[in-house]
Design a protein around this ligand. Structure first.
Ligand SMILES: C[S@@+](CC[C@H](N)C(=O)[O-])C[C@H]1O[C@@H](n2cnc3c(N)ncnc32)[C@H](O)[C@@H]1O
Length: 328
């Protein structure tokens, strides 16, 4: 093991036994995270404190619990948080709340990047001045593709000794994205994982308290191990890929955008048939209102390719017909 991987493992062990580092922000900071998770992020960030070319980065700020807990525990490290505030913010107050909390804690080293994570990660160097990401915390959108893209798009920005913390790894599609990333990037290794029986939202009060004091909704921690000193390890996943294969059917179906509502309807059919009838009616009205747009689609196997070029070359290479043929 390298000394850095050893320090990373010790930081995680200390967080596991002692929780968060600072109690100072306790009254100011609330959000969706567990004490051990916050403690791990703080301790891992401290490992990069003296590296002026390093930084902390997270996707998913919400009201600033993790971003400001790290920034206040590690004041000489620049900390960046990406959030487009598209979720859990019906009144549009979260950015203001983060700024007010930062002021209350006198935190001057935290910057919110108010963008979608793809836009933010694609132009990250412009915002961070080229700093390399020592600790990367993934806690934004949890669909399979976003989870994977959060890992892929950060690669050019990662520090040589980077550590990646993926929250919500209880979800099987999050574990699958982590596994797929580890399989295709064997220079990264899973160094720690922790799970609970369910999401805190579905937990008993005692389970929820434990999640709050623990790792919240499961965690996977990945380290860079270019010398291959650690044995390969993967989060548990299911061998069947059926759910991911279903995406093709849903994506190419005429009513793909309504897949969440259709799933919800099936659940109601099972649990609350009376509400099923009312919800079906509402969904039917939505379909009817969109009937003109939907009529232009096929029932299945929609490709959305009607306006695409019949064929083309990369602009940097010559089209074959204009290329001078070498003499035979
Ligand atoms: C669970 S919250 C993050 C919790 C936070 N780490 C804390 O300490 O409480 C998830 C956040 O991800 C953000 N998010 C979801 N999709 C996003 C996207 N495509 N781009 C950027 N942020 C996104 C949401 O707006 C939300 O604030």
């Amino acid at each position: 093991m390298t000394p850095m991987i050893e320090q990373i493992a010790l930081a995680i062990r200390d967080a596991q036994s002692e929780g968060p580092l600072l109690q100072a922000g306790k009254d100011v900071l609330t959000g969706f995270s567990g004490d051990k998770l916050v403690g791990a992020l703080q301790r891992l960030a401290l490992l990069f404190e003296r590296d002026s070319a390093g930084c902390y980065l997270e996707v998913g700020v919400f009201q600033g619990l993790t971003l400001l807990s790290v920034a206040s525990a590690c004041r000489s490290l620049q900390c960046y948080g990406i959030d487009n505030f598209a979720f859990f913010d019906p009144e549009g107050q979260n950015l203001r709340i983060v700024r007010e909390r930062a002021a209350k804690l006198a935190v001057g080293n935290a910057t919110v990047i108010n963008k979608d994570y793809e836009d933010a990660l694609e132009s990250l160097a412009q915002t961070t001045g080229g700093r390399k990401v020592g600790v990367y915390f993934v806690d934004g959108p949890h669909d399979y593709r976003s989870q994977l893209m959060c890992l892929e798009l950060v690669l050019p920005h990662l520090h040589r000794d980077a550590v990646i913390v993926v929250d919500d790894s209880n979800y099987r599609h999050v574990r699958q994205a982590n596994r797929d990333f580890l399989m295709t990037h064997p220079e990264f290794k899973l160094v720690f994982d922790a799970y609970t029986a369910c999401h805190p939202a579905n937990a008993t009060p005692a389970q929820r308290r434990a999640a709050q004091e623990g790792w919240w909704n499961g965690v996977n921690i990945l380290v860079r191990d270019p010398e291959g000193l650690l044995p390969p390890a993967y989060p548990p996943t299911e061998r069947s890929r059926q759910l991911y294969e279903n995406e093709h059917i849903v994506h190419a179906g005429a009513v793909a955008e309504l897949a969440p509502q259709a799933t919800e309807l099936l659940q109601l059919l099972l649990r609350n048939p009376l509400r099923f009838v009312a919800s079906s009616l509402r969904l039917y009205q939505r379909l009817h209102a969109n009937r003109t747009a939907l009529a232009s689609r096929y029932p299945q196997m929609n490709t959305y390719s009607a306006d695409l070029p019949a064929s083309r070359f990369n602009t940097a290479v010559l089209a074959p017909e204009s290329r001078t043929r070498p003499n035979k």
